[in-house]
Write a new protein. Structure first.
Ligand SMILES: Cc1ncc(COP(=O)(O)O)c(C=O)c1O
Length: 363
């Protein structure tokens, strides 16, 4: 089947581009001598998670217990939940999973650590924990050595927990140019390593110093003392990463296939992909709501739920034409579809469910 014969809107993953992106990151970690624990929130797909493991990744990073369950039930043996767990239902589901796979969880509070210890006790298991350090994003995480040290002492006194290390996420590197990425990546790595060394001096057996997003990965991987990186978006890349000069358009592996359903004026086309398939979140320094693959200077000017509006003086498109739209933010778009089509040279190779999308709140 040719990709243009698919019903639209359809989510497309270009197999060759994906493969290139996976191989490039595998090379970055091999050269730097660090582990790769990719964040699967970008693809939400065990099929791609296994491909990453085959190329040398050690386990995966996840943000929700749904993602954790989907990965473990599909054969991924090592997961790190880089998200605060403070509620009983989350902690219990993770404790249950830790009987089936190696499970580590990020913590930044006593409340979270106590909840995890209690849940692990109920399942008679041990959960690894990594303390979250805030290296500048100002989201979750502790920003001072003293606070990290206090939490490490608390964890040390709790049963069923094993303090494995520290982690951080410098997501503010997104949208930065090369110089900005270098500064943020360097600080991300150095600050976490300094705190890890202080903890070791105080007698805590810190093994892991886990850092790194797609924009900072190649920089922070080279900071001495960093043991693993957790990029996610690199599998697909997106308009936002192109805008910051990180990658080129031909490294963007995720697109939304759309049909031109209306052309009311020579300068305006309407696609059947609106906010329900492209997401409407704006990205730093990125114009519009997605770019047309192969004609990337043409962007979608605005979206309604089922309408994507292109306004351009040079529109060589007619009703019924198919186009692929490169999203500005790959991860949110992946979450909007139930499945993606794996495509190579225009040929559809598979229809693959996005099993870890959304929230299910199973108990
Ligand atoms: C804690 C954490 N680690 C790693 C990542 C991966 O970052 P990126 O998608 O920029 O590669 C994210 C992304 O949101 C994250 O929140």
């Amino acid at each position: 089947m040719h990709v243009y014969d698919l019903p639209t809107p359809a989510l497309i993953v270009d197999r060759k581009r994906l493969k290139g992106n996976l191989e490039r990151m595998a090379e970055v970690v091999a050269k730097a001598g660090v582990k790769l624990r990719p964040h699967i929130k970008t693809h939400k797909s065990p099929f791609i998670a296994h491909w990453q493991q085959e190329l040398g990744a050690r386990g995966v990073t996840i943000a929700t217990v749904d993602e954790a369950e989907v990965m473990v039930y599909n054969g991924i043996k090592d997961i790190f939940m880089a998200y605060p767990v403070v509620e009983r239902y989350r902690a219990l589901r993770l404790a249950r999973l830790s009987r089936l796979a190696t499970v580590a969880v990020g913590v930044d509070s006593r409340a979270g650590a106590s909840m995890l210890a209690e849940a692990a006790g109920k399942y008679n298991t041990k959960i690894g924990v990594l303390i979250e350090v805030d290296t500048g994003l100002k989201r979750s995480g502790l920003a001072s050595i003293g606070e990290v040290m206090d939490l490490a002492s608390t964890i040390g006194k709790l049963p069923n927990l094993e303090l494995k290390g520290l982690f951080t996420h410098a997501g503010h590197a997104h949208g930065e140019d090369m110089e900005g990425r270098r500064t943020i990546g360097q600080r991300e790595g150095e600050m976490t390593v300094v705190i890890a060394d202080a903890l070791r001096k105080a007698g805590f057996p810190i093994q892991e110093v886990s850092t790194g997003s797609t924009p900072s990965a190649a920089i922070v991987a080279k900071v001495p003392g960093v043991t693993e990186i957790r990029p996610g978006t690199y599998v697909f890349n997106d308009g936002s990463l192109v805008a910051s000069g990180m990658v080129s358009w031909d490294q963007c592996a995720l697109t939304v296939l759309a049909t031109v359903v209306s052309k009311p004026t020579p300068q305006r086309c309407i696609l059947d992909s609106g906010s329900k398939s492209l997401a409407s979140d704006k990205q730093k320094n990125v114009p519009g709501f997605g770019s047309i693959k192969g004609l990337e200077t043409i962007t979608l000017s605005w979206l309604n739920e089922e309408h994507g509006v292109i306004e351009s003086s040079s529109l060589d498109l007619g009703i019924g034409d198919k186009v692929e739209v490169i999203p500005n933010h790959a991860c949110t778009v992946m979450n909007l579809f139930d499945e993606y089509y794996l495509v190579e040279d225009g040929l559809v190779l598979g229809r693959i469910p996005i099993t870890a999308r959304g929230h299910r709140h199973l108990v």
